[in-house]
Ligand binder design. Structure first.
Ligand code: SAH
Ligand code: F3S
Length: 477
């Protein structure tokens, strides 16, 4: 399993690290969903660290349980509801225990949560984490507490995230928050608010601090990193209103990427997620120019049919997407791509579905994240379109997309066999303690036998001698 939506096994896993020895209260913090949530949890842990809480992995000893939740598909919400129900007995045994819901579900359901889930005391949306100390005081006084106000400015730029449960090698650095794109199927613009970019200086500072602390790879995070635009603060939408001076000194994503590449030359840099309609040639040129910028782009497309792309409000055509891929391959010949795909969106026909399969064959993605369409309340698709593809048809189309991706992945992985790659060691292979696991610049997972002298966090040249659908098998040289 590739890690875009964090390793499936880590979904809902609580993370803990040694923190302030003087802290006496215990926080059990679980994250669900995308990388952004995991990154936000590090901000939350940092804020609560200052309030006397250290994190714990044992739910039984927690004074405060927080779930950082995801609303992207119905299934994600069901998972959280089930998890909450497991806390019922704990709450009975320990009346002082506080249970809170953070993130996208908190934002989407607001006070409904307090009404529907009797055991929830605290509901906090993604832009309100600075208010946690006040909200906790309210719960201590026996009141339910809620803050789901979305902000046009909040980027948590000055908060130094506590690095939770990581390998000490790879870290996330948030560069934008929110999304203005309004893809018709997507709940994110409603749960995470307007798009805003973080001050490049605070980003560079954070990257340098990570480098000093031994980190070797950072992933710049945002719903659409390519849309990054810093002009002194405020929502991207208000850029038009910026002064001439602000406009002249604005920083776009390609420029930011170059700044980071130069600031931490010994670190690998990745970024996620890209949106095809905002991706520029300038970004490809920066990828090509800097060895430390990884030769890999996660470029969700959702569908290969123009008719469906239009209904999804994706802002680009099939041909424009294919042209973009072609351009990237010209400028960065060793580039690898992955996709997100939705099967069975409103009005999708067999012909549309075939166009999706055909586009996948043309691009030859290394891997993908594929989903059956799940209608989300309040989205434009929910309001204006009919979720009319029967569940069994959605599932069959999804299965065909997944099967084709399997074929493509095997083919792509095979193309790496017989060559040397620089691999960053991220940890031990789960299957075999005598092997390391790491990734190439193209984000392909490589496992290889340990040899004397190598450690987690080392860059090693590995000869790839074999491959499976998801993994390269190699030998350190
Ligand atoms: N901008 C970010 C977040 C998008 S959500 C990104 O592109 O990664 C991640 C993926 O979830 C989307 O690309 C889409 O493929 C999928 N998704 C979003 N809403 C969905 C829905 N209602 N049903 C099924 N899949 C959905
Ligand atoms: Fe969602 Fe589209 Fe934004 S998928 S996060 S609305 S780019």
């Amino acid at each position: 399993m590739q890690e875009k939506y964090i390793d499936e096994t880590k979904q809902g896993e609580a993370f803990a690290i040694a923190e302030k020895p003087e802290n006496s209260k215990k926080l059990f913090l679980e994250s669900y969903g995308c990388q952004m949530n995991f990154s936000d949890s590090e901000i939350v842990a940092s804020i609560l660290n200052e309030q006397g809480y250290n994190t714990t992995m044992k739910v039984e000893e927690a004074d405060l349980i927080l779930l950082n939740t995801c609303s992207i598909r119905e299934r994600a919400e069901q998972t959280v509801r089930m998890r909450l129900s497991q806390f019922k007995n704990l709450k009975k045994e320990r009346p002082n225990l506080t249970v809170g819901v953070l993130g996208c579900m908190a934002e989407r359901l607001k006070t409904k949560f307090l009404e529907e889930e009797q055991l929830v005391d605290l509901v906090v949306g993604p832009d309100a984490y600075r208010d946690l100390p006040n909200l906790l005081k309210e719960t201590e006084d026996g009141r339910d507490a809620i803050n789901v106000i979305l902000s046009k400015e909040e980027t948590y730029a000055d908060i130094n995230p506590v690095r939770l449960g990581g390998n000490g090698v790879t870290a996330f650095v948030t560069i934008t928050r929110g999304c203005d794109n309004m893809c018709t199927f997507c709940v994110v613009p409603f749960t995470r608010g307007r798009e805003r970019s973080r001050d490049p200086h605070s980003i560079i500072e954070e990257c340098k601090a990570l480098a000093e602390n031994g980190y070797k790879e950072i992933t710049l995070l945002g719903q659409n990193v390519d849309s990054y635009l810093w002009y002194g603060g405020g929502p991207k939408k208000d850029f038009d209103k910026a002064s001439e001076m602000q406009k002249a000194t604005a920083v776009n994503f390609a420029q930011l990427l170059e700044m980071v590449a130069k600031a931490v030359p010994a670190m690998r840099i990745r970024f996620s997620t890209s949106n095809p309609h905002e991706m520029t040639e300038e970004v490809f040129r920066v990828i090509a120019k800097y060895d430390n910028v990884c030769k890999y782009i996660h470029l969700p497309v959702q569908s290969g049919s123009d008719r469906i792309l239009q209904k999804m409000n994706r802002q680009h055509t099939r041909q424009e997407y294919l042209d973009l891929i072609k351009k990237a391959k010209e400028i960065v010949p060793e580039i690898a791509f992955s996709q997100d795909m939705i099967a069975g969106f409103c009005g999708e026909t067999e012909e549309d579905h075939q166009l999706t399969l055909d586009l996948m064959r043309q691009v030859e993605y290394d891997y993908g994240y594929m989903f059956a369409y799940s209608e989300r309340p309040g989205t434009p698709a929910h309001k204006k379109m009919e979720d009319d593809v029967p569940a069994d048809v959605k599932q069959r189309r999804l299965a065909e997309i997944i099967a084709l991706q399997g074929e493509l992945s095997r083919k792509r992985m095979k193309s790496y066999v017989g060559k040397n790659y620089e691999v960053l060691i991220e940890g031990e292979s789960k299957k075999d303690k005598n092997q390391w696991k790491g990734r190439t610049s193209q984000n392909a997972v490589v496992v290889f036998d340990k040899v004397e002298g190598h450690n987690i966090g080392d860059f090693v040249t590995v000869f790839v001698h074999d491959s499976t659908q998801g993994t390269l098998l190699g030998k350190a040289i």
